[in-house]
Design a protein around this ligand. Structure first.
Ligand code: NAD
Ligand code: IPM
Ligand code: MN
Length: 330
């Protein structure tokens, strides 16, 4: 059993440390192998996803990833983000689950992760026009829709499919395919919602949502929004799953260059991503629940500055791990 840990850039290495400690406590038999990725990998090898890292990820039981990205590469031809897009695509992790919870709110955004505007044709025309293209094959929509229906069925049975069908052809096809798949899930209540309205509804009445399924670009934007209305980016984890092979587990947030190096980053999203790994990749349901509970306790007792507290990353992690130990000796 080997988990590949990609610490990443900015606050990545600071919060990766928390994940390493949680895994050592909760899955002591699991080997954790660290590899170069993102900006750190560009500096060392010129490639954000070196072949050696990709090979290690493919043969791992799961990949746990800190955020990548660095202002140093903002204007560069080779960027850390390219490595992330390639890694998601190579692992085929098309279903990105982004849960958000707060009192009265319990929703999951199911974001399509390996298609759409992020992966369509792009380029520069002769006249200087620059273009990115949103492309989806109906099969790509069908598989993400099935995932979302299955998830909704295991939860409160309500699915909201978010698109821009009043404007985009890809969205009209998305809507049609979701309708077709819905026939196989008569127990799930499904509704379509336009993305601009969905953004407004997420801010003003987030408690109405159970499962939201949407494309890559809309899912990226709406998941930051959902994180913000449920306590902030420091809290939001994600799990990216394919049909087989290792899943990819990573926070929703980025490398937070504005606070990197200060040891004040909130490790909750990274720890919750570790809990999702324990759950989905290792099948350790009790350990996952224990880690979730420990993070909740640390959020109460040792909040970091993003939550109005003054705890350091390490103090937060210490509190969470102490809560874990206490719970496990009871
Ligand atoms: P960001 O998510 O890094 O930061 C946005 C704001 O949230 C900042 O004020 C930051 O300090 C705060 N924040 C984020 N995570 C936090 C945490 N754990 N604790 C406390 N505060 C936290 O977004 P950005 O500034 O737009 O992007 C910075 C870099 O991160 C960019 O290079 C971007 O491409 C990259 N990025 C990477 C990922 C990823 O690896 N999955 C995700 C998003 C952004
Ligand atoms: C995320 C990030 C990435 C995305 C970037 C860093 C490529 O914002 O995971 O939400 O847009 O998917
Ligand atoms: Mn994002």
């Amino acid at each position: 059993m080997r988990v590949v840990l990609l610490p990443g850039d900015g606050i990545g290495p600071e919060i990766a440390d928390a994940a390493r400690r949680a895994l050592a406590e909760l899955a002591p038999g699991t080997e954790v192998a660290e590899h170069l990725f993102g900006g750190a990998a560009i500096r060392a090898t010129g490639d954000p996803l070196p072949e050696e890292t990709l090979t290690a990820c493919r043969s791992a039981v799961a990949v746990l990833k800190g955020p990548i990205g660095d202002p140093e590469f903002d204007a560069a031809d080779v960027r850390p983000e390219q490595g992330l897009l390639r890694l998601r695509s190579e692992l085929g992790v098309y279903a990105n689950l982004r849960p958000s919870r707060a009192p009265g709110i319990d929703l999951v955004i199911v974001r399509e992760l390996v298609g759409g505007l992020y992966y369509g044709e792009r380029g520069v025309r002769e006249d200087g026009t620059v273009f990115d293209t949103c492309e989806y094959h109906p099969d790509e929509v069908e598989r993400i829709a099935r995932r979302a229906f299955e998830l909704a069925r295991s939860r409160r049975g309500a699915l909201t499919s978010v698109d821009k069908a009043n404007v985009l052809e890809t969205s009209r096809m998305w809507r049609r395919v979701v309708r077709e798949v819905a026939a196989d899930y008569p127990d799930v209540a499904v509704e379509d919602m336009l993305v601009d309205n969905a953004a407004m509804q997420l801010v003003s009445a987030p408690e109405q949502f159970d499962v939201i399924v949407t494309d890559n670009m809309f899912g990226d934007i709406l998941s930051d929004l959902a994180a913000a209305v449920t306590g902030g980016l420091g809290l939001a984890p994600s799990a990216s799953l394919g049909d087989s092979g290792p899943g990819l587990f990573e926070p929703v947030h980025g490398s937070a260059p504005d606070i990197a190096g200060q040891e004040i980053a909130n490790p909750a999203a990274m720890l919750r991503s570790t809990a999702l790994l324990l759950e989905h990749a290792l099948g350790r349901h009790e350990e996952a629940a224990a880690l979730e509970a420990a993070v909740d306790q640390a959020l109460e007792r040792s909040p970091t500055p993003d939550l109005g507290g003054s705890a350091t990353t390490q103090e937060f992690t210490d509190t969470a791990l102490t809560a874990l130990e206490v719970a496990r000796t009871l």
